[in-house]
Design a protein around this ligand. Structure first.
Ligand code: ADP
Length: 161
């Protein structure tokens, strides 16, 4: 079965990457769908996010990445031929948010399943927005993001200084 993992990935964190790896063991194929146009003001361009995700998944043969235009996730999943939508849950806030999206998606597309994976305990407090905050003040990101992401964040913040 093919699954899609949609998200903003602004930027990809070790929490996202852990989910991708775990999903790649559950599904024949996993497509990381990078949202290019969300309500959040992104730090990284779609192309930059794509490069960072591609570098992180290079050793995972059944994982690929695509940039997706603003569209309903269910439409994206159908166009990609995916039967499952993978999302992550870190806490009750995530759960409630994901429950709402999953319920709506079920009404829109009964043939698709949402699969929620719990974040690993060490990643439950990790978010792209917190990472950006730590990067802004030049904190050490080595434990939280892949090396390429850390470098890209450093460059962004230096150009802002
Ligand atoms: P979105 O803006 O669509 O929520 P994100 O990139 O913030 O995009 O998150 C994509 C998915 O990854 C969401 O389901 C989110 O709950 C999950 N996620 C984010 N951070 C983590 C983490 N540290 N561990 C596990 N799942 C995570």
């Amino acid at each position: 079965m093919k699954a899609v993992f949609p998200g903003s990935f602004d930027p990809l964190t070790n929490g996202h990457l852990d989910l991708i790896k775990r999903a790649s063991g559950l599904f024949e194929e996993v497509i990381v769908a990078i949202a290019t146009n969300t309500s959040k003001q992104p730090l990284f361009s779609p192309q930059e996010k794509m490069t960072l995700v591609n570098s992180a998944i290079k050793d995972l043969p059944n994982v690929s990445a695509v940039a997706i235009p603003s569209d309903l996730t269910v439409n994206v999943a159908r166009k990609l031929g995916a039967k499952a939508i993978v999302r992550g849950v870190r806490n009750v806030q995530d759960f409630e948010y994901e429950q709402g999206i999953a319920a709506m998606n079920k009404q829109l597309a009964p043939d698709l399943e949402t699969i929620l994976l719990f974040a690993r305990p060490e990643y439950t407090l990790l978010s792209s927005s917190l990472i950006k905050e730590v990067a802004r003040f030049h904190g050490d990101l080595a434990k939280f993001v892949p090396a390429e992401v850390g470098l890209a964040l450093k460059k962004k913040m230096e150009s802002d200084d």
